[in-house]
Design a protein around this ligand. Structure first.
Ligand code: SF4
Length: 346
C-alpha cells in the first residue's frame, strides 16, 4: 500500500484511474503552457468584459478564450461567474491524510455549476471534475453539481453531472488504483507519464507489438540509448504502420457491423455535429439578432492566400504570421515509386 501522496492533485486523478503508477512530468510541455495562456485570457475576460486583446496575446488563443467566455455566459443565464483564482479554489478533506486542493477555471454558484477550460482533444476529466464537484457541494451545501468542460479548440461543451455519492465513488476509484499497488497498466496517458522512458510495462507492450516485425523487441530498450540508424528505422516503421491504421480500422468496423465478435473492439454510434452554414447568418445579422462582430470572431481566421484571392485590396498590415516551428523530416528508404517503370524496347 502506497503512502506518498505528495504528488496527488486533481488533474492527476484521471490518469491514476488508468494506472496507479502514473506520475506527472515536472515541467509543463508546450501544449500545457498554451492551455495556461488561454486560461489566463479567459479569467481576465470574465473579470473585465470588453477588454481589448493584449499586445502579447496570440490571436488564435484570444479567440479561443473569447469563445469560452461566450459559452460560459450563455450557460450562466445571467448569474455572476467567478473566474478568480481565489474564488475558484477548491479543497476536499477526508480522501487523504491531507486536504486535496485545486483551482477550477470558473464558478457559477447561482446555477450550481463550475467549468474547466480545456484545449486540445476531448479526454475524460471525470475524476478531476468529480473532486471539484465534491468541493463545491461541500461549500454550497447542495447534493448535486454540474461541471461543463469548455473544449475551446473543438468549440464544444461536455457536461458532467454528479451527486455527492457518484462524485466520491469516481474519486475513490482513482485513488484506490494508486493505493492498491497493482502493476502498471499501459494506457493512453503513457506518453505524458514521467515514468514512460523506464516503465517496464510500456516497454513490454512495445516489445509485444514489435516482435512480429522482427525489429529489436528487447523490453529493456531505452530509446535514448539506441543508435541513430535504428531510431530512423523505428520512425519509418511507425510511419508505415500509421499509414495503414485507417484502413485496418475501416476493415475492423465493417466486420463488427457485419456482426463479427472481435475481442477488445466495439462500435459506438455517435450523432453528427449540428452545424450552421455561415452564409445563413446573413439574415439574422441584418435583422440584428446576431451581432456581426461576434459572428466574425466565431468564424475565426482566414489564410492570407484566401483573403488575397477574395479581397486583393486588404491592407498588408492586417496580415500576421503565426509562430513557425522546427520539424524533423526523416526520409524513407526504398520508397516505392508511383511512376510506372519505362519498358526498354529490344
Ligand atoms: S508509462 Fe507505465 S507507469 Fe506510466 S502510465 Fe504508462 S504504464 Fe503506467
Amino acid at each position: 500500500m502506497r503512502t506518498d501522496n505528495s504528488f496527488i492533485r486533481p488533474s492527476i486523478l484521471d490518469k491514476l484511474a488508468e494506472c496507479g503508477h502514473y506520475r506527472s512530468e515536472p515541467d509543463a510541455g508546450p501544449a500545457a503552457e498554451r492551455g495556461t495562456r488561454i486560461d489566463v485570457l479567459f479569467r481576465s475576460l470574465i473579470a473585465t468584459s470588453g477588454m481589448p486583446m493584449p499586445d502579447d496575446a496570440d490571436p488564435e488563443e484570444w479567440e479561443n478564450a473569447q469563445w469560452a467566455v461566450r459559452r460560459a455566459r450563455e450557460l450562466s443565464d445571467g448569474s455572476p461567474i467567478d473566474a478568480t483564482e481565489d474564488g475558484c479554489a477548491v479543497e476536499v478533506a477526508g480522501l487523504l491524510p491531507r486536504l486535496i486542493t485545486g483551482t477550477m477555471d470558473a464558478l457559477c454558484a447561482g446555477q450550481l455549476w463550475s467549468a474547466d477550460l480545456k484545449s486540445g482533444q476531448a479526454r475524460s476529466y471525470e475524476a478531476q471534475q468529480a473532486l471539484y464537484a465534491m468541493g463545491c457541494m461541500d461549500r454550497f451545501f447542495c447534493d448535486e453539481w454540474t461541471v461543463f468542460i469548455l473544449y475551446c479548440d473543438l468549440r464544444s461543451v461536455h457536461t458532467y453531472r454528479y451527486t455527492y455519492e457518484s462524485a466520491a465513488e469516481v474519486v475513490n476509484n482513482a485513488l484506490s488504483r494508486w493505493r492498491g499497488g497493482e502493476q502498471p497498466r499501459v494506457n493512453d496517458y503513457c506518453g505524458w507519464c514521467a515514468n514512460r522512458l523506464t516503465c517496464e510495462a510500456r516497454r513490454e507492450s512495445l516489445g509485444h507489438w514489435l516482435a512480429p516485425t522482427g525489429l529489436d523487441a528487447d523490453p529493456g530498450l531505452v530509446l535514448a540509448n539506441v543508435a541513430s540508424p535504428k531510431l530512423v528505422a523505428f520512425v519509418n516503421l511507425y510511419r508505415a504502420m500509421e499509414s495503414f491504421d485507417y484502413e485496418a480500422r475501416e476493415i475492423l468496423k465493417a466486420r463488427r457491423l457485419a456482426g463479427e465478435e472481435i475481442p477488445g473492439v466495439k462500435t459506438i454510434a455517435k450523432r453528427g455535429t449540428r452545424r450552421v452554414d455561415a452564409v445563413h447568418l446573413i439574415d439574422p445579422i441584418q435583422a440584428g439578432t446576431v451581432d456581426l462582430g461576434e459572428a466574425l470572431l466565431a468564424i475565426g481566421q482566414l489564410t492570407e492566400s484566401k483573403v488575397r484571392k477574395l479581397w486583393p485590396a486588404v491592407p498588408d498590415d492586417l496580415i500576421f504570421e503565426a509562430p513557425g516551428r522546427v520539424e524533423l523530416h526523416v526520409s524513407q528508404p526504398n520508397k516505392p515509386t508511383t511512376k510506372p517503370k519505362q519498358l526498354t524496347k529490344h
